[in-house]
Every structure is written in C-alpha cells, then in structure tokens.
Design a protein around this ligand. Structure first.
Ligand code: ZN
Ligand code: ZN
Length: 213
C-alpha cells in the first residue's frame, strides 16, 4: 500500500481503522480503548471539507469538523458557509470551532469543541472553560496523536498501526485540502487548490452578473 495523500488512500486508512476494531467518536466522549477521534481543521477550503465529509458519510464514519470564523480563505458567515455547516450536520458530523488564540466565541453553529489554528506551545494545552480543547487532557498525548501537516506524517502514516490495533485509542488530524486536491507535493496540491478556487471565483462573478467574456 502506498501512502499517497489522496482520497483513495484516505479511504484505505478508514478501512484499516475499521479492521483494527476502532470506533469513530466525537470529542466529549472517552477516550476509551478503541476510540478514534477523527478531526479536521479547516484552514483553506470548505469545498474540500465537504468532499471529505461526503466520503466519510458513505462509509458510515463520524468526524469532527473544526471551522474558522476568522479565516482569510473562506467566509463562514456567507451563504456558502451556512450551507457548508448545514451539510456537515446533515451528514452526521460534529462541528466545532477552529479558533485563532485567544478569541474563542461560540454560538449555536458550534459544538463546544475548540482547536487552535497554528498554536504556540505556551497556551496550546490550556483548559478552555465550557469547551473541549482538543490539545488538552484527556485527548492530547503524543503516543495517541497523528497529524498530516503539510503532507507529512510526523510519526508515519497510521494505516498499519490502525489495521493491527496498535493504538489504545487515537486522535488523528487530517486536513481535507491536502487529500482532495491532486499533487505529489504540498506545492503541487496547493496550486491545484488555487486553480479550483479560481474556477469557483469565476462562477461567483457570473452569479453576480459579471462575465469575463
Ligand atoms: Zn498509509
Ligand atoms: Zn489551522
């Protein structure tokens, strides 16, 4: 099995988790043996989040999507943002807040779950009152945490250990953008995302009555 960052291998990782006997859980429960907390921090693209969410729903997988209210890449308050949250809910996923420290403002769009965007070590694991901080006890410890940051698994792709039941439980951070858009490197993948974004912007302009040809 080759550990590409694409939806085929993502599907294989989810299958491996199922074979290993893991159960997909929302933050707020556990962690108990066999729990898998599948977390998506949405930094760049709601479209990528929705593609991944649809695949997971087809496979009966529950994930937690953490969305930004302060992103420079997407507007959660737009009709597009509202539709994205509605669809994630409809598919049965949890929706929390991907916050820029120190601002944590929950409203009824979010479950009380927070992850920090680009956190610094000194505050990362502080308790957040009234909410689960995914970087704090009891959910965060290096042996039971894997992240795909910038198309690089710091401790290796987890598919083999998942298949073999090697983790007592696991929190796994997956950024949809780097799996949904094609590319063998982070640079290629980001260029593919920008091309898709350009096409989306042209459609938005057309919807606003602005045609370029
Ligand atoms: Zn793999
Ligand atoms: Zn982030």
């Amino acid at each position: 099995m080759s550990c590409r960052f694409d939806l085929d291998h993502y599907h294989e990782i989810l299958d491996a988790a199922r074979v290993g006997g893991y159960h997909f859980k929302p933050f707020g429960e556990g962690p108990e043996r066999g729990d898998l907390f599948l977390r998506h921090d949405i930094d760049l693209s709601l479209d990528a989040a929705l593609r991944m969410a649809e695949l997971e729903a087809e496979l009966g997988v529950l994930a937690t999507y953490l969305l930004m209210t302060e992103s420079v890449f997407y507007n959660l308050a737009s009709s597009e943002g509202a539709a994205a949250i509605a669809r994630l809910r409809e598919l049965g996923h949890a929706v929390g807040l991907h916050a820029v420290y120190p601002t944590v403002e929950f409203d009824d769009r979010f479950d009380p779950v927070v992850s920090w965007h680009n956190p610094e070590a000194e505050y990362m694991s502080e308790k957040v009152s009234g909410a689960v901080n995914v970087y704090a006890d009891p959910y965060f410890a290096p042996p039971t945490y894997r992240s795909d940051s910038n198309q690089h698994w710091r401790s290796g792709c987890p598919h083999e250990e998942l298949r073999g039941g090697g983790f007592p439980w696991l929190q796994i951070l997956v950024h949809p953008e780097i799996w949904v858009y094609p590319g063998a490197t982070m640079a290629q993948t980001m260029r593919a995302m920008l091309e898709a974004e350009n096409a989306r912007r042209l459609e938005q302009l057309a919807a606003d009555g602005i045609h370029l040809d």
